[in-house]
Design a protein around this ligand. Sequence first.
Ligand code: FES
Length: 317
Amino acid sequence: MPVIPSLRFRIHALPGKMAGYPLRRRSTELEVSRRFRVVSKRAMATGVTRLEVEAPRVARKAKPGQFVIVRVDEEGERVPLTIAETLVDNSSIAIVFQAVGYSTQQMAMLEPGDSLADVLGPLGRPTEIHRYGRVVCVAGGLGIAFVYPEIAGFAQAGNEIIAILGARNKHLLFYMDELRALSSELHIATDDGSAGHHGLVTDVLRGLLEQGEHYDYCIATGPIPMMKATCQLTREHSLSTLVSLDPIMVDGTGMCGACRVTVGGEVKFACVDGPDFDGHLVDFDELAKRKKAFAEEEEYCRLQASADKLEEERRNE
Ligand code: FES
């Protein structure tokens, strides 16, 4: 019992503008009018969940690189999520997310048979897929979910795929079997050395390039520092690189401005003009600053979700 009051105290004690945020009660009742039924749920990695959701109209039109905007309930915030998979019968899609904020933690509590209020899409420009030859795909963290449909698309177009995947530790890696099946080589890097190379995905890429491996195209997606480091490296090797800027989107509508990015000196919005861009033209330093601007709000959402969960557990006692 004393846990909840102390959590509430911490939320209200947040400094500045966050202290004024109203506490919003999480709706636990599912609305009968919801249409986007959760077909299946799978834990992919620590804190990473895959939901298969019935959305036939989205599934029929979705292409690699596109995303949907999801709302858990009618009061929920809009969350843009990459369409990680379109299921073969074209009646459902799979979304993969990490439960880091209020809405994604709500989403992670859904079970098969529950529904999402909205699944809007497909949105964003599809990835331009051509037959380049040897395509090296570098992804880190949740970026693995973004790159999976792109790898599938490039493989289907006849490219040879060399995948370099990274995470903080082996428990955060996912889609390994699926990606191994699509790739001629799969390299793994972990920050703690618990699987594959002990270090960064860019160490692996650098090693391969220095060994004389030749690639015709590169795709990179994941945390901003990772994409920046990959692009610095590929620029040195004159290797064209596509980056997916899904991680910087907030509402996915072109209105909040959070995904504004300078590409080749021009202002673009990842959710409308992207999410894919020529990585050698992206101003990553500006992006990193923009991402930090929302850190305080994200921390508030994490605390709010934890408080709601405890409140619900207490009600169920
Ligand atoms: Fe808000 Fe693009 S995510 S404008």
